[in-house]
Design a protein around this ligand. Sequence first.
Ligand code: C5P
Length: 230
Amino acid sequence: MNSSKVVVALDFPNATTALSLAEQLDPDGCRVKVGKELFTRSGPEVVRQLVDMRFDVFLDLKYYDIPNTVAHACAAAADLGVWMVNVHASGGRKMMEAARKTLSGEDAPLLIAVTVLTSMDQSDLLELGIDRSPAEQVLRLAQLAEASGMDGVVCSPQEITLLRNKISPQFRLVTPGIRPAGTAHGDQKRIMTPAEAVKLGSDWLVIGRPITAATEPLAALSAINRELDG
Ligand code: C5P
């Protein structure tokens, strides 16, 4: 049974490097995330290979399209055997409900929504005609995602408390922007340690470079798992 809360972001430009990193990890001690770059370069085959290696795969393609198209894309993701897939909450209730209807079986992947991209601030929202703060918009979209049957949302660690106070405890929170104490921040600005994020109520932590760029990725992952277990 995989009890780890860590999802390792395999942000690599090709399948060879992604798979060689994955080979150094333990599929019972983490999960992995395949995003747009790796998927666009290497296609579904790299996902199949990771699934064959017994990894739970989060396919992070953030679908946003008309309901019919998103539902079919979700079905294709489920056919690949992924553990989690995501859509943009901004695609609206009908789109999310169509995705939910497709992914309704017992073995269906978890279905997660993206609210406001953490790269966007108030002025970006205003330019889109949204006259409210990013936090207000995050809450609004998270509540819509919950009402549309999503299993949870991707959110920044700074949003965990807001969402945990307003949304049911079963709603899953998936948080990037995590940095173990003493590791490089890179381009992440507002960060939290793994233990802090879990204490506030995060269910899964998406962590890339602190593991993938470590000299010993398995040791870096094990240290994070130990921090969380302790
Ligand atoms: O290397 P690092 O730990 O910063 O990787 C974080 C991962 O989470 C990357 O795949 C990044 O694209 C993703 N992500 C993020 N911030 C968001 C949404 C996704 O860092 N708001």
